[in-house]
Write a protein that binds this ligand. Structure first.
Ligand code: SF4
Length: 184
């Protein structure tokens, strides 16, 4: 059995934090298991919980538009979240929930071995890049961590709330595409 499937099989039965009590589905991740580019958001929302797939709601559709705009095929990337189960009413993940869940993401990264990891939003950047990450000021900046490059962009849900940020998002996405091309 392939490694990602093995991790998923454990994850879907996980009871390591209280979020398992309210989930409909474990939202593990989706995309190319050999992706060079991986996006990591914070947690599933309502549509994601119902479907079991990350980024399928309005925010996910907006992310698709940005991927299309810079000529990145969604089927070439892998998309996951820090938390695999939905926090009630989409509240921010609690540190204890992140601690309980982060091992699944680590295993996903170890298995997929992406070259670029893009944090979608503040929560993901604070967990994966640095605890005091300021998304408004630091989005689009790059750091090298281990074997991969990392950056963060606005969470698409933040763009839905404030479309004035779309221009900055497009600029960041163009740089991601450029970095991806440089790896080819
Ligand atoms: S959020 Fe993560 S740690 Fe919590 S029950 Fe779901 S899979 Fe397990």
């Amino acid at each position: 059995m392939d490694k990602l499937q093995q991790i998923y099989d454990t994850c879907k039965n996980c009871t390591a934090c209280p979020l398992h009590q309210t989930r409909t589905n474990c939202v593990f991740g989706v995309g190319n298991p050999n992706a060079q580019l991986m996006f990591v958001g914070e947690a599933p929302g309502e549509q994601e919980d119902l479907s079991g797939t990350p980024f399928v709601g309005r925010a996910g559709q907006l992310l698709d538009k940005f991927l299309f705009a810079v000529d990145i095929d969604r089927s070439d990337v892998y998309i996951a979240n820090i938390l695999k189960c939905r926090p009630p009413k989409n509240r921010d993940p609690l540190p204890a929930e992140e601690d309980a869940c982060i091992g699944y993401l680590r295993e996903q990264v170890r298995t997929i071995k992406p070259k670029i990891i893009v944090c979608l939003g503040r929560i993901s950047a604070m967990r994966l890049i640095k605890p005091d990450y300021k998304i408004t000021r630091e989005h689009g900046t790059w750091v090298e961590k281990g074997n991969f490059l990392m950056t963060a962009v606005y969470h698409p849900a933040a763009l839905l709330r404030d479309p004035r940020k779309n221009e900055e998002m497009l600029r960041d996405m163009k740089v991601i595409k450029q970095k991806l091309n440089e790896l080819q």
